[in-house]
Design a protein around this ligand. Sequence first.
Ligand SMILES: Cc1ncc(COP(=O)(O)O)c(C=O)c1O
Length: 357
Amino acid sequence: MLSAREAVRTLPSYHPPLGGRDGLRLDFNENTVGCSPRVLQRLRQLDPEQLARYPEREPLESVVADFLGVSPSELLLANGVDEAIHLLCETYLEPGDEALIVVPTFSMYRIYAAATGAQVISVPAGKDFRFPVKDVLNRVTAWTRLIAVANPNNPTGTVAPQEELLRIARSAPAAAILVDEAYFEFYGQTLLPSWRQFPNLFVARTFSKAYGLAGLRIGVLLGDPEQIRSVRRVSSPYNVNAVALACLPEALADQAYVRHYVSEVCAGREQLERAYESAGVTFWPSQANFVLARIGSSAFIQHMRQRGILVRDRSSDYGCEGCVRITLGTQEHTDRLRAALQETFEELGLGQGASRT
Ligand SMILES: Cc1ncc(COP(=O)(O)O)c(C=O)c1O
C-alpha cells in the first residue's frame, strides 16, 4: 500500500481557522481594507492572453530588485514567504539535520522543516519573549542547517536585536539563517544592508501584510547570489502566478498607499496598547501589525465575535496560555475595536490585573 514518508506521516496537520470569517478580520494579521486602488485598476485591465501564457517571473524580479536596491541575482520571487520557507527547507535540510526555531513563532518553520525529516529544535524565548541569543548559540551543532527567526516575531510582536542575528549568522556558517521580515513595514528596521557580509544569511519579505495582497500570494527571498541560485533550482519556474506578477509593479509604485496604511496601523497599535494598559491587561509591546495580550481566551473571543470582530486565540502556542492576538487596521477599524473592547472588558469584569510587561 502506498504510504507517505515517515516524516510526513508523523507531521501534525495544520488547519488555520479560516472558515466563517464574517466580520472585521483582526485575526490573521492581514491588511483590513485591501490593496492600493492602482492594483485594482491593473486587475480590471487583465486580458485573456495574460492568463493563457505561463508567467514570466524574471522581469518582475528586476523590478523588485530595483525597488530594494539589490541585484536581481540576489533575490527570488516566491508564492508568499510560506513558499520561500519551504524552498529553503528543501534546499538545505536532509533527514538527520537540525533546524532551530525560537518558540513561540510562526508555525510554518516547524512544518516545512519537519517534513524534510530534519529534527526541529525549539529554543524557548526568554522572559517576556525576549530573543534568547545565548540559548540559540548553545544549541548550534555540526548538524544545524537552518535557523529561522521572524523579526518582528509572530505571534509576540517582539524583535531580536540586529547584532544578535548577525552573531548567529557568524557562529553558524554551515546553516542557512532566515530572518523573516514579513512585518518589516510596521517596524522599519531591516537586515538587508548587512546581509552581504554573510553568504549564509537570507532575508524574506512579503506583500501579504502592509501591501494588502495576501490573496495573490507573493513574497521575496533575498540572499547571496550563489545560494539563491541553489534555491532557484528547487523552485517551479511558474511559482508566482501571472495575476500577481501583473499587479506587483503597481503595488510597489504606490508607496503613498503603503505609508498611509502603516501610519494608521502604528497609531492603532499605540491606542490598543494604551487601552490594555489602562484596563490592567498584560500585553507585550509590539513592532508588528498586531498585539498579543493575556486576556483569558475563549469568553473574550466569543464576546468580540458577537460584536462582529474576529481575533485570534494563541493560547496553545508555547508560553501563550490565555493569550489572544489582535491585528490592527485602519483608524476606523481601531475605533470599532476599542469600542468593542471596552464593552467586552466591562461584561467580563476585566481590568484588575497586571499591565505592560
Ligand atoms: C512571520 C511570518 N512569516 C510569513 C508569513 C506568511 O507570509 P506569506 O503570506 O507571504 O506567505 C506570516 C503570516 O502570517 C508570518 O507571520
